[in-house]
Write a protein that binds this ligand. Sequence first.
Ligand SMILES: N[C@@H](CCC(=O)N[C@@H](CS)C(=O)NCC(=O)O)C(=O)O
Length: 261
Amino acid sequence: MIPSRVAYWSDMPDARLVTIRFSHYCEKARWALDRARVPYIEEAHPPLLSWRATFGAGGRRTAPVFVTREGHVLSESTEILEHADRHGSAPPLFPDPATSVGKDVHALEDRFDRELGPHVRRFAYDYVLRGDADVIADLLSSGAGSFEARLARRLRPVLVFGIRRGLKVDPAGVARSKAKLDPLFGDVEERLRDGRPYLAGDTFTAADLTFASLAAPLAYPEAYARTAVPFDRLGADTRAMVEEFRARPAGRFVMRMYEGR
Ligand SMILES: N[C@@H](CCC(=O)N[C@@H](CS)C(=O)NCC(=O)O)C(=O)O
């Protein structure tokens, strides 16, 4: 749930989360902040048009950027999870780094950030960008203010071209991503084979949150669909790809993590 404006008994500004609404890295940050009940206002922007906002907030090119009430800028999703641990009211996502579980969680989260996130993104964009123009326009403008939403609709072909070009969403790139994702899902499924409830053992950690949110565009749970477009509006081949992923253990795991979201 994305909190709406919260009233404070102080003149401190609200914390801000600058996002591309349907971005899975933004989903990761949003999940951690919501779980820890850290209040914030989300400011969503279409892809590429988001640069003005992310740089403007003091971050880099990528979303999410979190600006704390004190004005500190966190421009990596992992930093936002750490902030949620320090300032929120939920059990920690990162166990003590001196323990073997803590090291395991850190290594898993890092691998998912580096491998899962970029390859899921390219793989999912490949499906969606081949689909219906209205669905693409709705996705790109999701959550944005009316001016940027109108601009994104008008610039849709340019944005699609920029995304394809920038992220190498082409047959060779997509094949590379698929080749990366298959063994990664295999490793996750191997881990879960002993019946453990979570990736690092008995407790929900940053590894589970990161895996579930970064794989959400493939499993398409309802909570993620609300940041993008409804499942029913996806093209038939995209829906078939989602159903296929949901049927495998890694996909079932994502859906189970979202049940507790
Ligand atoms: N390492 C970053 C990655 C974030 C990221 O790649 N965000 C994408 C959206 S999924 C983005 O903003 N891309 C815009 C761009 O690269 O121009 C994090 O974990 O926050």
